[in-house]
Design a binder for this molecule. Structure first.
Ligand SMILES: [Ca+2]
Ligand SMILES: [Ca+2]
Length: 181
């Protein structure tokens, strides 16, 4: 089941509990992203403002309690591209360990990884391109290009949602309980 479907299922179960429960329904816990993090699928995403090198971008995400994102589907790739709004962003994949062997954040040895290379990429231009960006000059910013790790690009950080409290109002609709924020 995709993470998006899991998220929808969790939300549905929580709403169903509120509707069917015979006890007063408040302080239900749900998966939640606090602003300015944006929810997509089962994760929260944030794009950094300042362009950084690949390693500095990964560190910036780590300091936010997150990891630099590597899309795992066309849908997630499109979502990250929409966050980028035309700027160059890092994809958390590298072939620094072994040239031509791409390893992405969250991928495991021996398993196929999702990639979305632009035409003619990856080309390891000059023998020095071991990191990956979503490149705004290909196909509306949704294709990948391998680049030098020392260039500056923005990072999309990804982290798990946190639990948050919800209450139901008089109309039975879910509202965030401000005391839980
Ligand atoms: Ca390379
Ligand atoms: Ca390239």
């Amino acid at each position: 089941m995709s993470r998006a479907k899991v998220g929808i299922l969790v939300s549905f179960v929580i709403c169903l509990c509120c509707v069917t429960s015979s006890t007063p329904c408040n302080r239900r816990h749900a998966l939640h992203c606090t602003a300015p993090w944006k929810k997509w699928g089962g994760s929260c995403y944030l794009i950094t403002q300042k362009p950084l090198t690949y390693d500095d971008a990964r560190e910036a995400c780590r300091r936010l309690g997150a990891k630099m994102a590597a899309p795992r589907s066309d849908q997630e790739n499109d979502f990250l591209a929409s966050l980028a709004q035309g700027s160059v962003i890092w994809v958390a994949c590298t072939d620094r360990r072994q040239e031509g062997e791409w390893e992405c954040e969250g991928s495991q040895d021996g398993q196929g990884i999702y990639t979305n290379w632009g035409k003619g990429e990856p080309n390891d231009y000059g023998g020095r391109e071991d990191c990956v960006v979503l490149w705004p000059f290909y196909d509306l910013n949704i294709k990948w290009n391998d680049v030098q790790c020392k260039i500056a690009a923005r990072a999309v950080c990804e982290r798990s949602p946190i639990g948050s409290c919800f209450t139901t109002n008089n109309e039975g609709r879910l509202e965030v309980d401000s005391s839980c924020l």
